[in-house]
Design a protein around this ligand. Structure first.
Ligand SMILES: Cc1cc2nc3c(=O)[nH]c(=O)nc-3n(C[C@H](O)[C@H](O)[C@H](O)COP(=O)(O)OP(=O)(O)OC[C@H]3O[C@@H](n4cnc5c(N)ncnc54)[C@H](O)[C@@H]3O)c2cc1C
Ligand SMILES: Cc1cc2nc3c(=O)[nH]c(=O)nc-3n(C[C@H](O)[C@H](O)[C@H](O)COP(=O)(O)O)c2cc1C
Length: 668
């Protein structure tokens, strides 16, 4: 399919935008004092140059009580000039239009960051912050509205082309909208008309301040996905009222931070929430933006062609690849660094209060620090290992002009990512392998699969540099019964090398690999999405029975670990979703449980209450890995320069593997 619709211009109010691509608001935490510094400038400039149509700088803080110092401030006139200078330059150098998003976090604000008790429509505790906000008085309401108005005035003075008011995700305006968090009995609570009042007054007053001609948008949830909260019906009603109050565009996302329906993780199907923007588009006449998991340009193009939306948001896809719009427009698909929705570098970072980065793009957020420049002295380099570490090294070194040969002993590139992509909801990880393989070809790396790199080969070739990126292998623990035939490794289960998996499965080791393998085994027998859709489409089964099938593994799976908390090495924004899926599939998680012995039909374990047996006709070991670094040791004393990276150096994650590959390739 030709990507055409994505590059059609669109006019919102008087603002003409060159294409349909929006980079939505994303908290980046590149400063900690509300300042707009060089790190922000470099990040946004690259994305504006990369071809995005509407680039959002923000969120910005409209006041102190509803914000965090990690976002640029717009609650004082001192913040205008730094933004103005930057936006003027962007307008001179690029044809991107520049938006900002006005944010008040309400009950999601952290008092540890603001030094103040959060404020909200009603004093309902937040499960995100574990704090209880103070109920806003009518005076507070007037003060916050005035803060929005003043921030909007400053945004105009700073030269923004588009102003967006955030009214979703469980932040202040959505707290007023939802009966879950708004228990007021005055004019701002009770009926839906009253609950909408706060947001609509803000829109009207902001509109009055910025004038009729400047484009004004609002970001709403197509559905809060909170039981008892706003559904698509109330959202459509609010969207229509917002249009009447003066907005020119509606950006539709979904869910609150407390929502227990995944919104961003890789188990959310691409384009899953396009139906929400369609619902809103049916209710309004202004342009509507669709959001979440639209990073695949074909999915984005289809969403636009379907008539469900007028623009699409690329958030994380533009963190991963600032040049994504230009690459798509120029047909340079083989150069794209894809977002795999892992959240590890971005969303997890923001929740840890650390700067946003990207596991596949080590330059994201470090644009001023890292530059991939041509080398004046090309070297001959051999790389052992085609996992993420070896591939990232090879493609960065080759981009710099070095002559790189990469050897992979198995029949495919990707290393452990070939296993990481197997558990339910992780098939996006395959895009990592495909994109790296395509980029290796693009940059002319000489790739040899089915070829272990041996010390003899290295001695014969005598490269200027040998890079050992040979990864890791699983370990076992010394427990009686470990040699029984029904004991297998998680790697072999995920690699589909095990064909006899019993009805009672015990997974030993409850870190990410163990828990994901348990889910993989539990979900083996459930209908795949296509089958489920088929059953629903034809009403072949009644809904309840079909839904039951989705959660019926047909075997009993138990995960044991001696530690008190399972899946502890999974990022905060993905962990709850993994543990939710395990629960839905009836997988039993047993922390504080140590394996003592493997018997023919059971596992003997030690718990806090004493020893116990768990029925087990298959025992899956997932107790960790050790580095494979023999090649580096074999090369000692040969005079050949060797660097070891990734899991071969220290077992870790893709994050470290890619970063080390990248940084070593810049160092040579
Ligand atoms: C089930 C599972 C799930 C995971 N999930 C995640 C996740 O969600 N997020 C995350 O960040 N990380 C995850 N990881 C970890 C991540 O995959 C690894 O940390 C990462 O792949 C390490 O990259 P690497 O290139 O250092 O090593 P590897 O990926 O192990 O690649 C090493 C490669 O070297 C090859 N090789 C070895 N010796 C030689 C030789 N002499 N010559 C040629 N080739 C050789 C191997 O065949 C292998 O292909 C997961 C791992 C597993 C097993
Ligand atoms: C690190 C990070 C911070 C975010 N901060 C905000 C925010 O402040 N306001 C907002 O409306 N959305 C925020 N989002 C949501 C994004 O705008 C976007 O809706 C989401 O990433 C899904 O789109 P994507 O799949 O294209 O990334 C954030 C997302 C990320 C990854």
């Amino acid at each position: 399919m030709e990507i055409r619709k994505l590059f059609e211009p669109i006019t919102i109010n008087k603002l003409t935008i060159k294409n349909r691509i929006v980079m939505p608001s994303m908290g980046l935490a590149y400063s900690s004092d509300f300042s707009f510094n060089d790190r922000y400038r470099a990040f946004y400039r690259e994305r504006a140059l990369g071809g995005v149509g509407l680039l959002t700088i923000g969120p910005v803080a409209i006041d102190r009580v509803g914000s965090a110092p990690f976002m640029p401030g717009l609650f004082d006139d001192i913040y205008i000039n730094p933004l103005r200078n930057f936006i003027d330059r962007l307008h001179q150098d690029t044809d991107a239009k520049i938006a900002t998003q006005l944010l008040h976090m309400g009950r999601y604000a952290f008092s540890a960051l603001t030094g103040m008790q959060p404020i909200a429509p009603s004093p309902i505790p937040s499960t995100l912050t574990h704090e209880t906000p103070r109920e806003m008085t009518l005076e507070d309401i007037e003060t916050v509205k005035a803060a929005y108005v003043q921030a909007a005035r400053r945004a105009v003075e700073a030269g923004f082309d588009f102003i967006e008011v955030l009214a979703c995700t469980g932040y202040l305006i959505s707290e007023f909208l939802s009966p879950l968090t708004n228990r007021r009995t005055d004019a701002y609570g009770g009926s839906i008309e009253n609950r909408m009042r706060f947001g609509l007054e803000i829109i009207r007053e902001v509109r009055k301040t910025i004038g009729e001609d400047l484009a004004l948008g609002i970001r709403i949830a197509g559905n809060d996905f909170m039981e008892g909260g706003h559904t698509s019906r109330e959202s459509a009603r609010f969207a229509a009222e917002a249009e009447a109050a003066g907005v020119d565009a509606i950006n539709v996302t979904g869910g609150w931070h407390e929502t227990r329906v995944p919104q961003l993780t890789s188990n959310v199907p691409p384009g899953a929430f396009v139906y929400l923007s369609r619902g809103i588009r049916n209710a309004v006449s202004v342009p509507v933006f669709a959001s979440n998991r639209l990073g695949d340009p074909h999915v984005a193009e289809r969403a636009l062609r379907s008539g469900a939306c007028d623009m699409i948001c690329w958030g994380r896809p533009l963190i991963a690849d600032p040049e994504l719009p230009n690459k798509v427009r120029q047909g340079r698909f083989d150069e794209i660094i894809p977002c795999i929705a892992c959240n590890q570098g971005c969303f997890d970072s923001i929740f840890a209060g650390t700067p946003v980065s990207c596991i596949l793009n080590p330059r994201a957020g470090n644009e001023t620090h890292f530059r991939v420049e041509k080398t004046p002295a090309a070297k001959r380099i051999m790389v052992a290992g085609g996992g993420p570490a070896g591939m990232e090294f090879a493609l960065t070194a080759a981009q710099r002009g070095h002559h790189v040969t990469l050897y992979e002993k198995t029949d495919r590139l990707g290393g452990q990512v070939n296993l990481a992509r197997m558990p339910p909801g992780k098939k996006e990880f395959k895009r990592l392998i495909d994109s790296m393989a395509a980029r290796l070809a693009r940059w002319g790396v000489d790739v040899h699969i089915n070829t272990p790199l041996t010390p003899e080969m290295a001695a014969r070739e005598r490269p200027d540099l040998l890079v050992v990126a040979s990864g890791a292998r699983p370990v076992r623990i010394p427990v009686t019964g470990m040699d029984k035939p029904h004991v297998v490794d998680a790697w072999d289960v995920l690699g589909e090398k095990v064909w006899n998996i019993g009805r009672n499965v015990v997974v030993v080791g409850g870190s990410a690999t163990g828990c994901e393998t348990a889910l993989f085994v539990a979900e083996m027998g459930v209908p795949d999405p296509e089958t489920f859709t088929f059953l629903m489409y034809h009403s072949a089964e009644n809904r309840e029975f079909a839904a039951e099938l989705l959660h019926s593994p047909g075997r009993k799976v138990t995960v044991i670990d001696m530690v008190p908390r399972l899946a502890d090495n999974v990022g905060r924004t993905a962990r709850w979703s993994l543990t939710k899926s395990l629960k839905l599939m009836g997988v039993t998680l047993r922390p504080n449980t140590t394996l003592l012995e493997i018997r023919d039909n059971s596992a003997l374990v030690q718990t806090k209450k004493g020893s116990a047996t768990i029925p087990a006709d298959t025992v899956i070991m997932a107790v960790g890995v050790v580095s494979v670094d023999d090649l580096a040791r074999d090369m000692e004393g040969t005079g050949i320069q060797v660097v070891t990276i990734g899991d071969a150096k220290t077992p870790g994650k893709i994050t470290e593997a890619v970063r080390e590959g990248f940084e070593e390739a810049l160092r040579i």
